[in-house]
Design a protein around this ligand. Structure first.
Ligand code: MLT
Length: 267
């Protein structure tokens, strides 16, 4: 279910799409890999009463143009700043990113700190990939260009959703798989290469002086609760919230608990 229509904006040489609606201070919702802005469907309508929701499709995902063979987290962060400019958003935003959206968030803090008034990190990591993980992303990037992203979905589904979600909500699992299967090859390959090259943000954590909410699904095996709680403890103004009965895609799996935590944070 789409909460708002996505509008096309010119950012540099690319056309990027962003769903936009609601009223209040801006809340930028940045999706994970290899998804698109519709992963925030459980947040958009409900949080629109509390914030001006901005939910982009990152370059190479959803309807947005792809560009280049490698999309670094720095490039994604600069695209988002460009989108805010194009949309005329000058007020500082609360940045909310899931997983890859969180990796981009570290760069957004480094490069565009003045545009931020808060940070929400959902099911994400501060560290870089281990060498073997980075190498496997590079192999997968080449394979995606030939085969499409379906094989990634085969390997990731069990890790993305808690087993309870997969068994009790097969339609949601099918929808996530469809989103992954349909993800554009060039954008997926470029993001894989960019994630493989991303830097470790751990040393920056004590310097991030923004009010921060750290959310993690109880059964997240990609960014486990203990790891997220440990990085939250290194951030001076972070609060850690555990989302019961959810895996890595907590905002999709348990929207009410996630929305409650976000509403309290925004208030
Ligand atoms: C995501 O959900 O964005 C991915 O799990 C990130 C990753 O592959 O590290």
């Amino acid at each position: 279910m789409e909460a708002f229509n996505a509008t096309k904006w010119k950012v540099g040489d690319l056309h990027l799409y962003m769903a936009d609606g609601g009223s209040g201070s801006p809340l930028l919702l940045v999706h994970g890999f290899p998804l698109d802005h519709t992963m925030w469907r459980g947040q958009m309508a409900e949080l629109a009463a509390h914030a001006h929701i901005l939910a982009p499709d990152l370059r190479g995902f959803g309807l947005s143009d792809a560009g280049g063979d490698v999309t670094t987290m720095e490039q994604f962060a600069d695209d988002l700043a460009g989108l805010l400019d194009a949309r005329g958003i000058v007020e500082p935003v609360v940045y909310c990113g899931l997983s890859m959206g969180g990796y981009i968030g570290w760069q957004f803090v480094r490069r565009h700190r003045q545009r931020l008034r808060g940070l929400i990190l959902c099911d994400t990591r501060a560290g870089a990939d281990a060498p073997v993980g980075a190498q496997s992303r590079l192999v997968n990037a080449d394979r995606v260009l030939v085969e499409g992203a379906g094989f990634l979905a085969d390997g990731m589904m069990d890790k993305l959703l808690a087993s309870q979600t997969r068994h009790e909500r097969p339609a949601l699992a099918d929808d996530v798989r469809r989103m992954m299967n349909d993800a554009p090859r060039q954008g997926v390959a470029a993001a894989l290469r960019g994630m493989a090259a991303r830097v470790d943000a751990t040393a920056w954590l004590p310097e991030i002086d923004l009010p921060t909410l750290v959310l993690c699904g109880e059964h997240d095996v990609i960014s486990p609760p203990a790891e997220m709680q440990a990085f939250a403890q290194q951030m001076p103004h972070a609060r850690f919230v555990h989302i019961p009965a959810a895996g890595h895609l907590a905002p999709l799996e348990q929207p009410q608990a996630v929305n409650r935590a976000i509403r309290e944070f925004l208030a």
